[in-house]
Design a protein around this ligand. Structure first.
Ligand code: PAF
Length: 270
């Protein structure tokens, strides 16, 4: 497995790589969710690449960026085990020669949900993903459904800019108790880790988003949002200062079981 840190070195490697190239963009701190994305890329493409880059432009809180878990050696071991042909791990200077003076902004759906609580977040995500797509030139790019709004916006960007690639969605990977896999889970205390699966349970078991909000607040979560939008129920909470997000299909909620119409609160393609 090649580890490449400059745009020039990556492009040199790319010239000899087979097509279609599968791509899994990550911020490192790899876990079973990333492993599943890499397995899909490996199985469905002729060659596969993961990137590891903690993208500062998508963090609205600099402390959150500083505290983001960094596990470089285990990341490389996992990428190797998943059969990646290369890992692209550029520096900020390599990826942002413009110092982020150029950026991609989606103005319709990105100000809602995550975007409302994390100003500028999706500008940073879409900008770095577009940069990575330009360098990696994948035929297929793999994103987890856990970051549903990100997936929706990346898909929209690929369509809007006629990017010659397929965006592939992969299901959320969960711990045995239902907690969605996330790099941030490592920051939960033992006590918070025990309470965290209540987020998933509240989403699945509540008849309405409002009921889920109430249940989570009563359980001591600081609730940023729980909303039914399009086909999904989406939520973000904080537990002992650690931010957790999750989403499930509305078809898995009691709301679907009793046949309630799901409101599309964002008016979006979510
Ligand atoms: O989902 C993530 O880990 C990040 O948002 C991504 C897509 C790698 C962009 O930095």
């Amino acid at each position: 497995m090649k580890v490449l840190t400059t745009v020039e070195a990556f492009r040199e490697w790319r010239r000899g790589a087979a097509d279609p190239l599968g791509f899994v963009p990550t911020m490192g701190a790899l876990h079973a969710g990333h492993f599943s994305l890499m397995e899909h890329a490996r199985a469905e493409c002729a060659a596969a690449v993961a990137s590891v880059f903690v993208n500062p432009t998508q963090f609205d809180d600099p402390d959150d960026c500083r505290n983001y878990p960094k596990t470089w050696e285990t990341d490389l071991a996992l990428a190797r085990e998943a059969g990646m042909d290369a890992v692209f791990a550029p520096s900020f200077e390599a990826l942002y020669p413009d110092s982020y003076t150029y950026r991609v902004t989606e103005t319709g759906r990105s100000p809602t949900l995550e975007g409302e609580h994390r100003p500028g977040h999706f500008d940073g995500v879409l900008t770095v993903v577009l940069k990575l797509f330009q360098i990696v030139a994948p035929g297929r790019a793999y994103f987890g459904e856990k970051d549903w709004q990100q997936l929706d916006l990346v898909r929209g960007m690929a369509e809007a800019f006629f990017l010659p690639l397929e965006v592939i969605a992969c299901p959320t990977v969960r711990e045995a108790d239902g907690l969605a896999m996330s790099s941030r889970n490592r920051r939960l205390s033992v006590a918070a880790r025990e309470r965290a699966p209540e987020l998933y349970r509240a989403l699945v078991e509540s008849a309405t988003a409002a009921a889920a909000r109430g249940r989570l607040a009563a359980a001591g979560f600081s609730v940023q949002y729980v909303e039914d939008a399009g086909t999904r129920r989406l939520a973000a909470v904080e537990l002992e200062g650690v931010r957790l997000i999750d989403n499930i299909p509305l078809s898995e909620t009691p709301c679907a079981a009793v046949g309630d119409a799901a409101p599309n609160l964002t008016g979006a393609a979510l």
